[in-house]
Design a protein around this ligand. Sequence first.
Ligand code: LLP
Length: 442
Amino acid sequence: MHLYGTQSINDRGHLAIGGIDTVDLANTYGTPLIVYDIHLFRERARAFKKTFQAAGINAQVAYASKAFSSIAIYEVAKQEGLSLDVVSGGELYTAVQADFPREKIHFHGNNKSYSEIEFAFDEKIGCIVVDNFLEISIVKEIAESRNQEMDVLIRVTPGIEAHTHDYITTGQEDSKFGFDLKNGQADEAFRQLYNHPFITVLGMHCHIGSQIFETDAFRVAAETLIEKMISWRDNENFICRVLNLGGGFGIRYTEIDNPLSPSEYVEEMANVVLSMTRTFNYPIPEIWIEPGRSLVGDAGTTLYTVGSTKDIPEVRKYVAVDGGMSDNIRPALYGAKYTAVSANRMTEPHSEKVTIAGKCCESGDKLIEEATIAPAIEGDIIATFCTGAYSYSMSSNYNRLPRPAIVFVENGEEQLVVRRETYEDIVRLDLPLQKVKRGGKV
Ligand code: LLP
């Protein structure tokens, strides 16, 4: 049994996180309940920052908040001095509600609307990561109409796709994001932005994938972008101040995953940047990164209550819990693998192989195909680990299930930070059919 962060087994034989008994949390707040180990979030954030400091490189570590967006997590990110990557007006609005320092907000997205870009200007955010030619024209139009300055990064696709342990380099990348580096689009984007009276090009951005376990792909990405930076210096006399290498640092979902530590990823980036800039006599740029999953993924644990079970002799035993694909779509969508424990029976042998199923009306609603837990009975609390990234943020009301509540725990204290949806919340946007009068008029 692998425990994460501050998880432990307490003297009642229960799973505890941050010194808090998870069975007590389930009793107090109900289930499904997502519990975040805030100490682990802070530890990761500090490890990323510290490694850059040790390498003597100016850096921004931006929390890629698509992984889990809420006012409270933005407040923790703010406390840790992180920057924030938002990808929509909704995430930006959440950041404003958290009073996140605007100059540290970076706005991503491959199809930002005119009004989202206006919102970014209204809030005077730190930078817009421009992604396409339509966006360039909108950013220019808004900047000119308001006489307002805006910093931008140019998102490029370097033709490197990284997946877990492998990466491939391609001539042109088949991606909806960013400007292709090799076919001239990135140069054209640069020409359209450079020398604009209100727009400052800070530098370049790329994001090469997610759940990456090796440093090679990051090294090749950094080298590829720095080569372009050098060509812009030599041909256009432009110096990039920022090199943003995105997120994608892997975490351990199951025993087959072997992630590196934050420092190992960051040291490799720092080494490449320091050595290439020295070789080509280029001023060392700031390095920005955007970890999402590696800040919140294994900090999150979902608690469920066991309901019905179904034993099909010689086939499998289903143990059904009170959530499912509505609060974690990743197993159904990506075939993602998780582990689980019986949070109220941690000291009993986890000897029963079962399939943990959700309660949604869909056969594919299985959270864990092969879980090993203590023999389950109704009322047991099942904890699935590593559910902090892309679960709540991708949740739905499928079957009109209310979304779970979220609790932060740290140093023996707990705090409810997202309340459970109620049935009233479920219908809050619904409008009843209006009575149609004779003649079809309403
Ligand atoms: N920066 C950019 C520009 C990104 O597109 C992403 C993730 C990140 C940073 C953060 O990547 P991370 O460190 O979290 O791997 N829903 C999928 C993951 C989608 C990732 C999208 N972009 C999943 O559940 O695995």
